[in-house]
Design a protein around this ligand. Structure first.
Ligand code: KG4
Ligand code: ZN
Length: 407
């Protein structure tokens, strides 16, 4: 099966073409192999850095500006562009123009392209429908609807967090040069030993989700205030570091460890001993605020605060995950979302899990799959497409608060 996958939930515009093959039946398990035939990603980070954060309307504008050309390039890399003059019906022109009425210039560009191409040899279009920034999500969703209409393909509506889970479970096997000279990657997802516990940590999420059956999700813990990535970003701002703050805080913290710098008094580990799997990061963030207030922030001080903050965040994340493993009997633990790029958090999980639960498999995303990308949307979308779990384009909506699982 070949899928075109689209991701526009936040500040990355991403498109990929994924060829996928199931090794069992999708209802029985996860084992599948994948070839990434084309993959294009454009990060808006340089634009958002100037504003110190992601503005949804700026993100939306940038997605609309680039999505079509990235799609064209991904299809080209996958050798799926088949040029032939097309006659589109007047209704098609009207419907596509209607769908893309809010995406400036996109309808004209897309229709002009569609007049010259045969529908590509893909089986379905997978698109992130949430959670994320709603105006940004809508660009991808409306574009997917327009493609589905033009090319008569079904749509898979993908939950972004399910994408992060699949990214953690995927292994990059190898890469090879295609006939047209572009590089393709081979990926696989093994058969996952259940229950699977996923710790989803990003700018908008801090959640523990258990899958007792493949493709089913139950929320067993979530942040009651800030997401951990948000706390990283806010602490970064307090320390005078640029956006996005997570990697910057992490760099300083690693430096502090190398130099042996540490804080004299610890920061709090909120809710660490409470008898549930929920999180809270706003108290930790506020403690950093009090600590830096009225202080001359030397480089050393910044480094030691960053270290203590990161230690506190990692301790809480691990303690709650440990509790969740004990509650669920999880055999696989997956870390997903942007914060799972954090070196210290990865190290803490690898070390403590091996000590506390030597039989558990830890799945961490490869660096290129850690931050938002379209491959993960294709991976998650594939399992839905396999089950013919398609969404009627007429009812498909972007949903900024879409949940993976009800509480
Ligand atoms: O999943 P993601 O790319 O986008 C969202 O869906 O939110 O996650 C972005 C978040 C940001 O808060 C960013 O600061 C954080 O992930 N992040 C990190 C690191 N890399 C990214 N946080 C801590 N350490 C990192 N190395
Ligand atoms: Zn994400």
């Amino acid at each position: 099966m070949k899928l075109l996958a689209i991701e526009t939930s936040c500040d990355e515009t991403a498109v990929c073409i994924l060829e996928a093959n199931l090794e069992n039946s999708a209802t029985e398990g996860s084992a599948a192999s994948f070839t990434v035939l084309g993959n294009k990603l454009l990060s808006q980070i340089d634009i958002h850095r100037e504003y110190g954060g992601v503005y949804p309307m700026v993100a939306k504008r940038e997605h609309a500006k680039h999505l079509l050309s990235l799609t064209y390039k991904a299809l080209n890399d996958a050798s799926l562009l088949d040029e032939e003059v097309q006659t589109l019906s007047p209704k098609m022109y009207m419907d596509v123009a209607d769908l893309l009425v809010r995406e400036e210039g996109m309808a004209t560009e897309l229709l002009t392209l569609a007049e010259t191409l045969n529908p590509p040899d893909i089986d379905a279009i997978a698109v992130t429908a949430g959670p994320g920034l709603e105006p940004a999500l809508w660009v991808g969703v409306n574009f997917a609807k327009a493609l589905a209409l033009l090319w008569n393909k079904p749509i898979v509506s993908v939950n972004h967090m399910e994408g992060h889970i699949c990214a953690a479970l995927a292994k990059i096997e190898s890469s090879f040069t295609q006939e047209n000279g572009t590089t393709a990657q081979e990926l696989s997802i093994p058969k996952i030993e259940l229950p699977l516990l996923s710790l989803l940590i990003s700018g908008g999420h801090t959640e523990l989700v258990v899958s007792r059956a493949w493709g089913e999700f139950e929320l067993i813990g979530a942040t009651r205030d800030d997401a951990v990535g948000e706390a990283f970003d806010k602490v970064a701002r307090m320390l005078g570091l640029p956006y996005p703050g997570g990697p910057e805080v992490s760099k300083l913290a690693e430096l502090a460890r190398e130099l042996g710098l540490s804080e004299e008094s610890p920061l709090p580990r909120p809710m660490i001993h409470e008898q549930h799997c929920d999180f809270s990061f706003s108290g930790l963030k506020t403690s950093v605020l009090y600590r830096v207030k009225d202080l001359e922030l030397t480089e050393e001080k910044k480094q030691s605060i960053a270290r203590e903050f990161e230690d506190a965040a990692a301790d809480v994340l691990y303690a709650k995950t440990k509790r969740a493993i004990e509650e669920t009997g999880a055999m696989t633990v997956a870390l997903g979302g942007g914060v799972s790029a954090n070196t210290h958090i990865k190290r803490v999980f690898a070390k403590r899990l091996a000590e506390d639960f030597p039989d558990i498999t830890l799945a961490i995303p490869a660096p290129i799959l850690t931050t938002d990308n379209a491959i993960m949307i294709g991976l998650a979308g594939f399992y839905h497409a396999e089950r013919s779990d398609f969404t009627d384009p007429d009812v498909l909506r972007a949903d900024g608060n879409r949940k993976l699982a009800p509480k």
